[in-house]
Design a protein around this ligand. Structure first.
Ligand code: ADP
Length: 160
């Protein structure tokens, strides 16, 4: 069975990776989909976010990386994915995710959202916090996959 794991991944963090790795014990294939919303301001471009995902999952043949700018429910239909994978860190995440999952089910009744609780070791990590650490030159070790550390330093140095 295939699952879609959509997100902004601006940038991908160890929290995201942990959800994908655990998801692989439930699903045969996971399509990690980078959202591109012209109304949103990202730190990393679509290409950079895709490249980071490809670097992270290069060793995982069951993970496919794509970008999208359509409804998530429609993307799942296009990929033939009956499951949507989401991570939950907190009650706030649940409050946000619950109506979204109902609407996705309304738009695509074949789509079931599966929530995985974050691991205690990564539940404090969010892309928002990581962006702040990057902007102010803090240490990103332990927040993002090691394979991305030099990529992020180089890209961010080029932007500032
Ligand atoms: P979005 O803009 O859709 O929230 P994100 O890239 O922030 O995109 O997150 C994508 C998914 O990953 C969401 O389900 C989010 O709850 C989950 N997620 C993010 N950080 C973590 C974490 N540290 N542990 C578990 N799940 C997480």
């Amino acid at each position: 069975m295939k699952a879609l794991f959509p997100g902004s991944f601006d940038p991908i963090t160890l929290g995201h990776v942990e959800i994908v790795e655990r998801g692989l014990s439930l699903f045969d294939e996971i399509v990690v989909a980078v959202g591109v919303n012209s109304a949103k301001k990202y730190l990393f471009s679509e290409e950079e976010r895709l490249e980071m995902l490809r670097l992270c999952f290069a060793h995982q043949p069951c993970v496919r990386v794509v970008s999208f700018s359509i409804l998530t429910a429609e993307l799942a239909r296009q990929h033939g994915a009956p499951f949507l994978l989401r991570g939950l860190r907190s009650p706030q995440d649940l409050a946000y995710e619950q109506p979204v999952s109902f609407v996705n089910h309304h738009l695509n009744p074949a789509l079931e959202t599966v929530f995985l609780h974050s691991h205690p070791a990564t539940m404090h990590i969010s892309s928002t916090i990581v962006r702040e650490v990057i902007k102010y030159g803090g240490d990103i070790h332990g927040l993002v996959p090691e394979v991305l550390e030099s990529f992020i330093h180089q890209r961010f140095a080029a932007k500032s």
